[in-house]
Design a binder for this molecule. Structure first.
Ligand SMILES: Cc1cc2nc3c(=O)[nH]c(=O)nc-3n(C[C@H](O)[C@H](O)[C@H](O)COP(=O)(O)O)c2cc1C
Length: 506
């Protein structure tokens, strides 16, 4: 039996003393620079562990140190990005009661069970000077969040009360909705979303295989590729297959496109009843001729705000799931009307809006206009998701701060680069830039995505579709143009694998 201590502090080993004789302890991700962590938080973990042990099943592996979360006014405490934020955070804790949630994951013969404990922690009243001193004498800012949390556990805690309630031994799927409430950073109506980075819908790209890869790399919410309302109406087999969601993809949104109220309502009801998606998104941004000109759908809808309202109202009224809308800032530079449309979308009952900061006329040229996205955010009170040209952690932070939006949506930046989600998350939460993936990681990710795609679509289609993805994975690598040509003319994935091995791993 193995125990993996995936904790931010090696000293957490101390709390395991009572279990030491049973385990062979390994430490993962331990951060040697942190100290003083014997805290209320560790007590919570110890309680959870004891409860897990009490169940008495054969334990294979215990992973201890799943995030400990501090919840203030029902919202999870994040890590501060600056001394000012650290100050505000600690001040908000002063003299108050908060919840601390901690979890232990245990594998019983491959089945994961989660044990979470929730406790109340009472904080001393802290003076502004005391907080300042604490921050000034602390470590560099990238550690400030951790130190703020430790502060909770150590210096500023008045007392800690044992578990208010415990969630014991439930399979991970059952417990997830409960834990999600504590892990979330924002939400779309009642859908809890663990971080601020959303995978944008991309036709031909965001199938289940790619989504699973993005999820594993930290996408907080994913939007699937758009499906046609008419195709759902005709029960098109391929389209229906596209609405399937695997259990590990939540939270996930499905996007529909169309032009008339009746068939959009039909499609939304279909998703409400027969798809496991959490959110239904309406496409009001697609610029391609087939959709926006011929069908009068996608971005074409933006030209008629009254029709936008009518569609959203009818869809919201027809379904139980939250409805969101993805728009562009307008049809062309003469008719920028994102604020007007956004207000109507909110009035019609939508639960969030994503804004791509371009007009339809721009297609993908020029630069995304963040001023208009900011104006939309200021005009409505439902969450607004900023989209357009976010392709690095630094740009993500800039757009988030500049627009004041609730979340960020990434499309092209994630193509062949699912690593961008963890990079942005780490930068937003801990101000840290993660190194680019190694060639080995790129290779492994391509192989995994291909295997998912084979399961989803079979060998032949997987080979064809992986060409686009591999081309994106290799973009910018020296000499990759020749390799891409070789891959595009390969007749089997074995051949592709050999070429990739020679190029990436030799
Ligand atoms: C290949 C591709 C497919 C796309 N398909 C969709 C789609 O199905 N629905 C949609 O609303 N937007 C779609 N978009 C637009 C993106 O979601 C996003 O709004 C746009 O690419 C701007 O974001 P970015 O700068 O991060 O790429 C697509 C974009 C690309 C590149």
């Amino acid at each position: 039996m193995k125990l993996i201590l995936a904790s931010s502090s090696p000293r957490r080993k101390d709390i395991l003393n009572e279990f030491n004789y049973k385990f062979n302890i390994e430490t993962a991700n331990a951060d040697e620079t942190m100290d003083d962590s014997l805290s209320a938080i560790d007590n919570v973990k110890a309680v959870a562990l004891r409860k897990a042990m009490a169940i008495g099943k054969k334990i294979d592996t215990i992973v201890l140190g799943c995030d400990t979360i501090v919840v203030i006014d029902g919202k999870r405490l994040g890590k501060p990005h600056s001394k000012d934020e650290a100050f505000t955070m600690l001040k908000s804790l002063s003299g108050r009661e908060h919840e601390v949630v901690s979890g232990v994951a245990i594998l019983f013969n491959d089945e994961t069970y989660n044990f979470a404990t929730t406790s109340k922690v009472y904080f001393k009243s802290i003076s502004d000077d005391e907080i300042k001193e604490y921050i000034e004498t602390g470590e560099p800012m990238d550690k400030a969040g951790a130190y703020a949390i430790q502060g909770l556990g150590g210096r500023f805690v008045d007392h800690f009360e044992g578990s208010e309630y415990n969630i014991i031994g439930l399979p991970i799927e059952d417990i997830k909705p409960i834990l999600d409430k504590y892990y979330y950073m924002w939400k779309i109506r009642d859908v809890y979303i663990p971080n601020l980075v959303v995978l944008a819908p991309m036709a031909g790209i965001c199938n289940e295989a790619f989504r699973r890869i993005c999820k594993a790399h930290g996408a907080g919410l994913m939007v699937a590729e758009m499906v046609s309302d008419k195709a759902l109406g005709f029960s098109n087999e391929k389209t229906i297959k596209m609405t399937k969601v695997s259990p590990d993809e939540h939270p996930i949104s499905m996007q529909i496109f169309g032009a008339d109220v009746e068939s959009l309502v039909y499609a939304a009801k279909y998703l409400d009843n027969y798809s496991d998606c959490d959110i239904i998104d309406i496409n009001m941004g697609c610029p391609v001729n087939k959709v926006a000109k011929k069908a009068g759908a996608g971005a074409s809808l933006l030209k008629n705000p009254a029709h936008v309202y009518e569609i959203v109202k009818a869809v919201v009224d027809a379904v139980k799931k939250p409805v969101t809308v993805k728009i562009r800032i307008g049809w062309d530079s003469e008719s920028i009307n994102a604020v007007e449309n956004a207000k109507l979308i909110e009035k019609a009952g939508a639960s969030a809006i994503a804004v791509h900061g371009r007009t339809r006329a721009q297609m993908y040229s020029g630069e995304a206009n963040y001023d208009i996205i900011k104006a939309v955010k200021e005009a409505v009170s439902i969450p607004v998701i900023a989209n357009g040209d976010i392709n690095s952690p630094q740009k993500a932070k800039y757009v988030l701060e500049y627009t004041g939006c609730d979340a960020l949506m990434i499309a092209r930046g994630a193509q062949g680069n699912p690593f961008i989600f963890e990079q942005i998350n780490e930068y937003l939460m801990n101000n840290r830039l993660i190194e680019k993936p190694s060639n080995q990681e790129i290779y492994d990710t391509i192989m995994l995505q291909h295997s998912y795609l084979v399961d989803l679509k079979g060998n032949k289609l997987a080979l064809l579709e992986m060409r686009t993805h591999i081309s994106a994975y290799l973009k910018g690598l020296p000499g990759s143009a020749t390799i891409k040509n070789q891959i595009n003319t390969s007749n089997s994935f074995d051949e592709v694998t050999q070429i990739l091995k020679g190029y990436l791993l030799a």
